[in-house]
Design a protein around this ligand. Sequence first.
Ligand SMILES: NC(=O)c1ccc[n+]([C@@H]2O[C@H](COP(=O)([O-])OP(=O)(O)OC[C@H]3O[C@@H](n4cnc5c(N)ncnc54)[C@H](OP(=O)(O)O)[C@@H]3O)[C@@H](O)[C@H]2O)c1
Length: 285
Amino acid sequence: MTELDGRTFLVTGGNAGIGYATATDLARRGGRVHIACRSQAKGEAAVAAIAAATGSDLVSYLQLDLADLASVQRCAQAFLALGEPLHVLINNAGVGGQRGSTVDGFELHFGVNHLGHFALTQALLPLLQVSGAARVVNVASDAHYQAKGIDFAALRRRTRSITGLPEYAVSKLSNVLFAQELARRFDRTLVAAYCLHPGVVASQIWRRVPWPARQIMTRRMLTIEQGARTSLYCATSAEVADVSGSYYDGCRETEPSAVATPELAARLWEYSQRWITPSEPGQAN
Ligand SMILES: NC(=O)c1ccc[n+]([C@@H]2O[C@H](COP(=O)([O-])OP(=O)(O)OC[C@H]3O[C@@H](n4cnc5c(N)ncnc54)[C@H](OP(=O)(O)O)[C@@H]3O)[C@@H](O)[C@H]2O)c1
C-alpha cells in the first residue's frame, strides 16, 4: 500500500511546469493520475517521462483544449466513460501575458484559465460528489490581487491590453471566486474546494520573454517542484480536510483580495453557467 493508493487525480496542463511536477509527485506516491493536455505528443511524452521517473504504470493522458468548450466536453465524457472515480481535480493549466480569444469568442485568459475549467468541473461534479472526500484545486495566482473587479462585457472580446496582464489578473481572480462559490454550493464532506498561489516559478509560462532576459529572470524563481508544493498540499493534505473555499500561499491559508466577495462569486457563477450552456438556435446567451 502506498500513500495515495486508490485515489484518482486529474491534472490539467500536466505535461509541463507546475502541473508536470504535481502529476509526478502524485504518481510517485501511488496515485492514479490522468493528465489532460492540449497536445497529444506532449501529453504522451509526459506520461512516458513520469512513468520512467516514478516507476508508476498508473499515469495516462487525456486530450483537452481549454480554449474550446466542445473539447472540454469531450474530455469530460472521455473521463466519465472510463468508469473510474475522481477524487481530486486540479485545475492547473493556464496562459499568461498573451492576446487573443478562445474558439467560443471569450477573452483568452478568462476562457482558458477560468471558463474552460468551470465547464470541466461542472461536467465532473456529479462524479466528484460520489467518489468520496473529493477535492477541486484551482491554481490561481497572487496576480489576482491586481484585479479591481470583473468587466463582464470585456470577457466576450479578445484581449484588449498590450501585455495581457490585466486580463490574466481577472482570470486568476475568477479562479479564486470559483473555489469560494464551489465551497458555498457544495457540502464540504463530499467536495471541498481550494485555490492557491504557487509562488513565482521558473516554468514555461515565461517562454515568450526573450532570452537572455528570461534566463536572468528565472534564475531566482522557485523550481517547478517547489512550485507544486501548495497544489499538492491542497490536493492531499489531511490538514485541510475540514476546510473549503480558502486561498493558500506557501501551504498557508491566506486572505484573498477584498474584491473576492460572495456577490461577485455568485455573479461569475451565473455568467459562467450561462456561457457554457449551448444556446437555442437564434438565441444569444
Ligand atoms: N509560473 C508562475 O510563476 C506562476 C505564478 C502564479 C500562478 N501560476 C499558475 O500556475 C499554473 C501552471 O502554470 P505554469 O507556470 O506551470 O506554466 P506552463 O509551464 O506554461 O504550463 C502551463 C500548462 O497549461 C497548458 N495549457 C495552456 N493552454 C492550454 C489550453 N488551451 N488547453 C489545455 N492546456 C493548456 C500548457 O500546455 P502546452 O504545454 O501545450 O502549452 C501547459 O501544460 C497556471 O494556472 C498559472 O497561471 C504560475
